[in-house]
Design a protein around this ligand. Structure first.
Ligand code: CAO
Length: 392
């Protein structure tokens, strides 16, 4: 430090933001640099706050250059409350710079995922303190609008392009939306497809229908798949398990409860058939008819829709050649069933008409590998084709 260097203030002095407090001069040969801020570069407090805020923001911005287009600034979604409120992911960066708050308060708000420009300041001139940020966070959390998945992006004003009508989501719709988002966000899913030859099973179904009807049930493909799936879950216990990432555990269940997706006027409901492995096909047919009817009449209790280990979703009665169902949260697989059809199948040197049932198995790749999925579905197809194999 040269003799011209020195402190311009004394210990205990009160200084303004931007005021020069020290000058340091280094020898010319080492490329003398004065740390004194030139008059032209001095800032007002507001400018300083803006600059500091921009500094804070900088690391959260990704530059995405494109050869032909200008650079786009994309603010990173902040973690924590941002997921809850969507505030942190909003493109509020430039406006927040003019809000009266110190850099540390801004940083605090950003760490919580809050948009500082929405925080009401209680200090002089609306200055925002840490307590104001905390109060705003509390308000956001307690707001009835804030649900576990409220971090959705705002939708555009569709009325700009034509007449619209908004309706509140029903409870069933909201639960379905939240459950599918949870599944989509937390379960890495793979779908395996197969076609099962159900020609023989269909003959059996038609031949046994009357007997099941006498017992008060309807022998449908869903009931048969319910029985078969219970057998498959015993054969492949991984598919009857749950993944507990928090405790690094796989939970294998020693009971077989299967959810059945039921299409109702109010939306999708998934009642659970309990202890499927302990019930006969006739019992299952009666029970399935009963819960599907109660679902449509909205007579199911919430208890009846809990505790499923695996789900069957049969869209075959409605149509479609294949689809990819979504695994229910806390389960690891779901069987999708599409519409069966008579198809030409090449057998022993000739095409023969066979009744083919398209199946899709979506599974959680955290627990189930591709080979497991292929084996599970392959096993189901084999048993559907030759049901007596399971007697051996
Ligand atoms: N292929 C061809 N026909 C099929 C079939 C299939 N996969 N599945 C059912 N059918 C036929 C049945 O044989 C029945 O025909 P008949 O009236 O001539 O006997 C008809 O379709 C209607 O069946 P059903 O609905 O009465 O009986 P089910 O036991 O097979 O299905 C249920 C019960 C509750 C699964 C079904 O009614 C339903 O709601 N399905 C929709 C499920 C759904 O919405 N899934 C999507 C959820 S999101 O993943």
């Amino acid at each position: 430090m040269s003799q011209n260097s020195g402190c311009l203030v004394n210990a205990g002095d009160e200084v303004r933001v931007g005021q020069v407090i020290m000058v340091v001069e280094v020898p010319a040969e080492s490329g003398a640099v004065s740390l004194e801020v030139p008059a032209s570069a001095r800032m007002t407090e507001k400018e300083f706050v803006v600059r500091e805020a921009e500094k804070d923001i900088a690391p959260a911005i990704h530059l995405t250059p494109s050869p032909s287009a200008p650079i786009h600034l994309t603010p990173s979604p902040s973690p924590a409350l941002a997921a809850l409120t969507g505030e942190g992911s909003r493109a509020s960066v430039p406006s927040s710079a003019f809000v009266p708050a110190s850099p540390s308060v801004r940083r605090f708000a950003r760490e919580l995922g809050l948009d500082i420009s929405r925080v009401k300041g209680s200090g002089p001139g609306g200055r925002i303190s840490d307590d104001d940020v905390k109060a705003h966070a509390k308000e956001v959390i307690q707001s009835p609008k804030t649900s576990q998945f409220a971090g959705y992006a705002e939708v555009p004003d569709f009325s700009k392009w034509g007449p619209v009508e908004s309706q509140p989501m029903s409870r069933i719709r909201t639960i379905t939306a939240e459950s599918t988002v949870k599944s989509w966000q937390t379960i890495p899913q793979v779908v395996q497809f197969e076609k099962a030859d159900i020609t023989e099973v269909e003959k059996f179904r038609l031949a046994s229908k009357a007997a099941v009807e006498k017992a008060g049930g309807k022998l449908t493909m869903t009931a048969i798949l319910l029985k078969l799936t219970a057998m498959a879950l015993k054969e492949f216990p991984k598919f009857n398990a749950s993944v507990d990432m928090k405790n690094n555990q796989i939970i294998y269940k020693n009971y077989i409860n299967i959810g059945i997706a039921v299409d109702t006027e109010q939306g999708l409901l998934v009642p659970v058939v309990r202890d499927v492995d302990k019930k006969s096909l006739t019992q299952l047919s009666v029970e399935l008819g009963g819960i599907a009817e109660r679902a449509r009449l909205r007579k199911l209790t919430s208890e009846e829709m809990q505790g499923g280990n695996f789900t069957i979703s049969n869209l075959g009665g409605i149509g479609g050649t294949s689809f990819t169902p979504i695994v229910y949260p806390n389960q690891v697989a779901i069987l999708g069933v599409s519409k069966s059809a008579i198809e030409p199948v090449y057998q022993e040197g000739a095409f023969v008409p066979r009744n083919m049932l398209p199946l899709s198995l979506s599974y959680d790749h955290r627990l189930i590998d591709g080979a497991d999925g292929a084996r599970f579905l392959g096993w189901m197809c084999k048993v559907l084709e030759q049901p007596f194999l399971t007697w051996l």
